[in-house]
Design a protein. Structure first.
Length: 162
């Protein structure tokens, strides 16, 4: 997508507090930075920080080796602000840890606002199943870089509880 087309997408972007959004962002040059547990955990910490700062409520997320899918309920910030702050904090954390001295994330991100008739749990299940579809694991419980608000204490029913 060239720059002019990207600007057209941003022009139509609308941030509505309380609305659910599915966000996707990709590492620079699709570099698989998050194969390493320590690196992934640094990014996950900053993802959770967005919730602590009341920028969003995370409903579900999965951190893949080279991208992030994040289902959020937006709070009192814009989508652009949420993603800019998250990318800045996570990039800084990775740089300080000596993981990535350069650019961590590609510019921009993809967003999709969920409609009222969308089945939120179905969207979350699809998002969480990414490691399965990518062939990274045979069972979702074997992949450690995901979470969802619908989890139960029974580890055997993690995926089924969504």
């Amino acid at each position: 997508m060239d720059r002019a087309e990207a600007n057209l997408l941003r022009r139509g972007r609308f941030s509505e507090p309380g609305r659910l959004y599915l966000l996707t962002t990709v590492t620079h040059a699709r570099k698989p930075l998050f194969l390493d547990l320590r690196t992934a955990r640094l990014v996950i910490r900053e993802l959770r920080q967005s919730e602590r700062l009341d920028a969003c409520r995370s409903l579900a997320w999965v951190l893949m080796p080279d991208h992030l899918h994040w289902l959020v309920e937006l709070r009192a910030v814009t989508l652009s602000s949420l993603m800019r702050q998250f990318k800045s904090r996570s990039g800084t954390a990775l740089c300080k840890a000596g993981v990535s001295p350069g650019q961590v994330w590609q510019r921009g991100f993809h967003d999709r606002a969920l409609r009222q008739d969308d089945d939120v749990r179905k969207v979350a299940r699809y998002l969480i199943a990414n490691p399965l579809r990518a062939g990274l694991v045979a069972e979702i419980g074997d992949y450690s870089h995901w979470d969802a608000v619908w989890l139960t204490s029974d580890s055997d029913s993690l995926y089924n509880s969504l």
